[in-house]
Write a protein that binds this ligand. Structure first.
Ligand code: GTP
Ligand code: MG
Length: 472
């Protein structure tokens, strides 16, 4: 997929690395991967085939062989299955062996220790995938998707990671790159052959093509908000004045007594954050300290963090106590000071009022945003949850269109590409020297190349692969 990386330095000449590639703990099977020039030699040193026929097929690629893994004294450590993959036809692109043993902590550890004692080096976190990238087998988007797919804990995050893995995203990025290179070629032609200098009118003709590329990239940048929600979950803040019942709602949604609930105003000092699943979505629910003018130093600090959470939230559940005498006046003031416009208004404690709806008449213009509820009896909670789910649905990107930016690194590169294209655009329009325009276009191409890894630095790789675990 990324032929330009072929032949780059990968491992030191005779280095061979090994790691356990299954999660720690007990399981039916555990696996160990060996990669590098001496993979097969290392296997043969420790492997005793169960039969002559198996013995004879040692060099057959992709054949699963059954036998025993021996320690240096010739004692069997475990029964294993082993498979050999030749250079160029493995995950890492290097000669590789995989061994499957019983899934006990000790047995797999002993097998790895034997391999290390025989000269293998312990693989670093993410090193196998890094090798796959460096050997040109996969691009950087694919490598990052491996981490995403491993970490995916909702069907939506799995879906986007899979799109990245199968290459739809890289294809879109490469298509953008091709279009840009096409424009750049036209601009550069006039540098190489000044006699064919693009006259100003010609340069301007390139502007619409450039504009359509900018629109395409912007669309990708805009998909990031949804991409972030897919990756990090949808963040909901429960906020409001003290004692309105925020922690009670938090506990109700979590179905456990997680937060302290008392009749004293100012009970919640610091925020509490938990994960809940709502209709298949991962939701990060945050209970915040009550907001009000009064309060001591600790309460004030809690209120500061509450404001920060409100700013970051995808949705705010603004709660008020409908039995409070001045709820209406307070609510008006609170809504004015809230910059955020994604609020659902929760009129809590309706169990204490006979005819709560008459109290809410003045809010009718916002009726689809007002939710009369009781955290005590659970009344109104179902309707509230339904509304939350429909808000989440609206913020989710259209997964069927396939391409969603989930990585902050990619977003940053795309934003930078747009800035460079805008510069190129204004130079084209002003009929400035083609060298200058070509420079901006080349910068934009570089931005895009850093996404797929056509261009990379050690720093970029270190940042990406530091998120991986050993064995990936
Ligand atoms: N009757 C009734 N009481 C409620 C309801 N919800 C909460 N309460 C009571 O209201 C009081 C305050 O509840 P909390 O959940 O601690 O309120 P809070 O908004 O988290 O308060 P702070 O953390 O101090 O800001 C407690 O005594 C709760 O039992 C409700 O729906 N009906
Ligand atoms: Mg509270």
């Amino acid at each position: 997929m990324c032929p330009q990386n072929k032949g780059r330095i990968r491992l030191a000449f005779d280095e061979t690395i090994a790691a356990i590639i299954t999660p720690p703990g007990e399981g039916g099977i555990a696996a160990v991967r060996i990669a590098g020039r001496r993979s097969r030699a290392l296997l043969e040193k420790h492997f005793r085939a169960a039969s002559r026929a198996t013995e004879a097929s040692a060099a057959v690629p992709f054949l699963m062989r059954y036998g025993q893994f021996l320690n240096p004294q010739g004692c069997a450590v475990d029964e294993v299955m082993a498979v050999f993959m030749p250079e160029g036809r493995s995950y890492t692109g290097l000669e590789q062996v995989e061994l499957y043993c019983h899934g006990g902590r000790e047995v797999v550890r002993e097998i790895l220790d034997n391999l290390l004692a025989s000269g293998a080096r312990a693989a670093e976190p993410g090193e196998f995938t890094r090798l796959a990238f460096l050997s040109g087998r996969i691009d950087l988007v694919h490598a990052e998707a491996v981490a995403e797919i491993i970490a995916a804990n909702t069907s939506a995050s799995f879906e986007t990671a899979r799109e990245h893995l199968i290459g739809a995203y890289s294809e879109r990025i490469e298509k953008l790159r091709d279009e840009l290179v096409e424009i750049m070629a036209q601009v550069e032609a006039s540098i190489d052959f000044p006699e064919e200098e693009i006259d100003p009118a010609e340069g301007v003709k390139l502007v619409p093509s450039l504009d359509s590329i900018i629109v395409d990239i912007r669309e990708l940048v805009d998909s990031y908000r949804g991409g972030r929600i897919i990756r990090e979950g949808y963040k909901i803040a429960i906020a409001g004045r003290p004692n309105s019942g925020k922690s009670s709602l938090f506990n109700l949604m979590l179905r456990q007594e997680r937060a302290l609930v008392t009749e004293t105003a100012g009970t919640t000092r610091d925020y509490l954050s938990e994960w809940v699943e709502l209709d298949g979505f991962a939701v990060n629910l945050v209970d915040t300290a009550g907001l009000r003018a009064r309060g001591g130093v600790i309460e004030k600090a809690g209120q500061k963090s509450a404001m920060k959470i409100i700013d970051e939230a995808d949705l705010i559940l603004w709660m008020f106590d409908i039995c409070e005498k001045s709820w209406q006046k307070n609510l008006e003031a609170d809504l004015k000071s809230l910059k955020h416009n994604l609020n659902l208004l929760l009129a809590n404690k309706i169990d204490l009022l006979k005819n709560y709806s008459s109290h809410l008449t003045r809010l009718t213009e916002k009726s689809n945003l007002v939710f009369p509820i009781s955290c005590l009896t659970g009344r109104g909670i179902k309707r509230l949850k339904k509304a939350i789910v429909s808000h989440i649905n609206r913020s989710m990107p259209d997964l069927t269109s396939g391409v969603v930016v989930t990585s902050a690194r990619h977003r940053q590169k795309l934003v930078s590409a747009i800035a460079n294209l805008r510069k190129a655009r204004s130079k084209l329009k002003a009929a400035e020297s083609p060298e200058l325009t070509a420079f901006d276009l080349r910068q934009a191409v570089s931005d895009i190349d850093e996404i797929t890894g056509r261009i990379y630095t050690e720093e970029i790789l270190a940042r990406i692969f530091s998120k991986f675990c050993v064995g990936k």
